[in-house]
Design a protein around this ligand. Structure first.
Ligand SMILES: [Zn+2]
Length: 223
């Protein structure tokens, strides 16, 4: 609760007080920021960019999101990438803060706190994944290993557009596979499996790039 914005609370109270409750009416959701109270991703994107959802995002994140929107992957993966860039992934430190979990130890190493930067970057286990991915795609690339880990903040360094989009797909396949591995460990009480995680990164990259390559000339990247 220490991060709760009093302005948001005040806005919420004003909204509630402006309405008259009627016990004979059924509840329903309305998206007040869109045309005709209908939710759309574009309207939410506009709200976030305008900083009117209780937080504002910096210029480099907006740029990163704009690059993300160019990538051809399934919409749920784009949505995940979007939440990732906005630091809205429910890692254990976030769930601990909300009182949902009683510990915030990383699901992989079980030592450090599980934050987004730890789980998807600094953790020893994730680091092994990134090194493997970097060795796979990194030769001749303009990015160092550390910049590949935070790809969308540095993707403009990759001048060739096709190569940039391909690397973006592989980056998304990597963070998504790391996230699903974390979910599996928590839900099925299993342990980190490097081979399974890498296999799924390659498989997802191949699947998404196969669809993507049909429409892009000059895509000769081997997976
Ligand atoms: Zn860890």
């Amino acid at each position: 609760m220490e991060e709760f914005d009093p302005n948001v609370l005040s806005e919420f109270v004003n909204m509630v007080e402006a309405e008259t409750l009627d016990k004979f009416s059924s509840d329903s959701y309305e998206w007040l920021k869109g045309n005709g109270c209908i939710f759309s991703v574009k309207s939410y994107y506009d709200v976030v960019n305008n900083g009117s959802v209780g937080f504002s995002i910096g210029g480099e994140i907006v740029k990163a999101i704009n690059h993300l929107r160019e990538v051809k992957v399934p919409s749920n993966i784009l949505f995940f990438g979007w939440r990732f860039l906005l630091n809205r992934i429910p890692t254990k430190d976030q769930l601990f803060k909300q009182g949902i979990l009683t510990n915030k130890n990383c699901a992989f190493c079980m030592v450090d706190d599980e934050s987004i930067s730890h789980l998807f970057g600094r953790c020893l286990y994730s680091d092994c994944i990134w090194i493997k991915v970097f060795n796979w795609i990194g030769s001749g690339m303009e990015l160092s290993l550390s910049k590949l880990v935070s790809f969308f903040l540095h993707c403009e360094k990759v001048k060739n557009k096709v190569r940039r989009l391909i690397t973006a797909v592989i980056w998304l396949a990597t963070v998504w596979s790391i996230w699903l591995m974390q979910n599996t460990i928590i839900l099925k009480n299993s342990i980190f499996n490097f081979y399974d995680c890498m296999t799924m990164i390659v498989l997802r990259s191949w699947t998404w790039l196969s669809a993507f390559c049909k429409t892009v000339d000059g895509c000769n990247f081997s997976v």
